[in-house]
Design a protein around this ligand. Structure first.
Ligand code: RNT
Ligand code: ZN
Length: 414
């Protein structure tokens, strides 16, 4: 135990907070790390093309992973800089096979190298169908396309992804989340929103027809406000999917970039949790729009973590990240983002929760404000450094060396 941690421990104890309990709690929270930060949402289908659907990584920093082996090496390095055991969130377009199956032909075997690797690394896996970056998504319509043949193609893709995810969950002994996000929307004002939404609902129902044990698969649906090129209407809006998740019992995914910029996603957690059992987060940072910047330890993230902890939502929330910045080291982006999520959770665990709630219940808003503001100055950093030291990961300026050395080792990739 370092001297600074020991002092911090005492200071938190004065606040009635047990730092050891907080560190234990933090070590139980896995973060689902998104594979797509490593290669700018490219995937390994051996086809060129941009992501489309209104999402795009910008930047051309050297070092983009060009194949599954490089991506796994980058992830191994990133995970070595992050305390704890986590999960990898895989998109279907990241298959690892010499074959070139169409999206409606993919099978579990196209992903077994990932599963073997995850088992070897002690990681859980989550999954996502890829409903973008494909000729059949060029109209920015997939599951809600007016053409039944196109809908069927995507339904089959989604159905197979559920099977693959369930098999992954079974093999790794940990339920895989399979998250559905479709880019479907309209550039200009539509005149038949209802028909588009009915088609989306019918396609989802067909896709979800088979049921799997919860121990293997958790289905999630992700809403969105708008995307570039689909500014006027998103078929799968928040209201659409909130209702769908309630009616069908799926998990609801809340992406922090998918709301109006002044909305608080943290505030939504306890509200949707009244009607939805399982939650999935896409922790992200929108700058003016859904820009998917690397998450910072800012007020939005702190508020989110505090709600998860104070509302006791961690047992039914899967925390995933969703950002992609190609202007900085991609491995550093992962490390910064995951560590920030962990730091935010640690701060929440280190708050004098019971005391603050008692003040609020007693309408003593003055004391509540005094304490929340004074609590900003307690030495969280010393507790975080202790957490990193126990996990044999660097903290503070020491982290920069490793990140720079790794980046230098991948910079020559073409
Ligand atoms: C897009 C959604 C979605 C994607 C990933 C790649 O706006 O946020 O989650 O970012 O599926
Ligand atoms: Zn997302």
């Amino acid at each position: 135990m370092t001297k600074s941690y020991d002092l911090a421990r005492q200071e938190f104890a004065d606040w009635g907070v047990d730092t050891e309990a907080a560190l234990r709690a933090l070590s139980w929270v896995p973060i689902s790390v998104h594979c797509w930060q490593g290669d700018d949402v490219g995937g390994f289908e051996r086809k060129s093309g941009t992501s489309g659907g209104g999402i795009q990584a910008t930047g051309n920093h050297p070092g983009r992973a060009r194949n599954p082996d490089e991506l796994r090496a980058d992830l191994e390095f990133a995970f070595s800089q992050i305390p704890g055991k986590h999960r990898l969130n895989l998109h279907a377009c990241y298959l690892d096979t010499a074959e070139q199956p169409e999206r409606d032909q993919i099978e579990y075997r196209h992903f077994t190298p990932w599963v073997d690797w995850a088992r070897d690394q002690g990681l859980g896996l989550d999954f996502n169908p890829t409903f973008f970056a494909h000729a059949k998504a060029d109209d920015n319509l997939t599951l809600s396309h007016p053409d039944a043949a196109i809908r069927d193609f995507w339904i089959e893709h989604g159905r197979r992804c559920r099977e693959i995810a369930a098999q992954i969950g079974r093999d790794l002994g940990s339920a895989a989340v399979n998250n559905i996000w479709v880019p479907d929307g309209s550039k200009d004002t539509p005149v038949d929103r209802m028909a588009a939404r009915r088609r989306l609902e019918a396609s989802l129902d067909t896709m979800f027809a088979d049921s799997f044990p919860r121990t293997e698969l958790i289905d999630a649906v992700e809403a969105k406000l708008f995307g570039i090129g689909v500014e006027s209407m998103t078929v799968g809006s928040h209201e659409f999917y909130l209702g769908y998740a309630i009616r069908k019992g799926t998990a609801l995914c809340l992406d922090m970039g998918h709301f109006h910029p002044t909305e608080s996603v943290a505030d939504k957690l306890s509200a949707v949790a009244m009607s939805v059992q399982d939650l999935l987060l896409h922790v992200s940072r929108p700058v003016r729009w859904d820009s998917d910047h690397v998450v910072l330890l800012n007020d939005d993230l702190l508020a989110m973590a505090q709600e998860l902890v104070f509302a006791d939502l961690l047992p039914r929330t899967r925390i995933g990240l969703d950002f992609f910045d190609a202007t900085i080291s991609r491995t550093a982006a992962w490390v910064i983002g995951v560590r920030n999520m962990q730091k935010a959770l640690l701060r929440a665990f280190l708050m004098p929760q019971a005391r603050l709630k008692a003040l609020e219940h007693g309408l003593d808003f003055t004391a509540r404000l005094v304490l929340t503001e004074e609590a900003r100055d307690v030495p969280y950093g010393a507790v975080w450094a202790e957490h990193c030291a126990r996990a044999d990961t660097p903290a503070g300026v020491a982290i920069l060396n490793g990140l720079q050395t790794y980046q230098a080792s991948v910079a020559a990739r073409g």
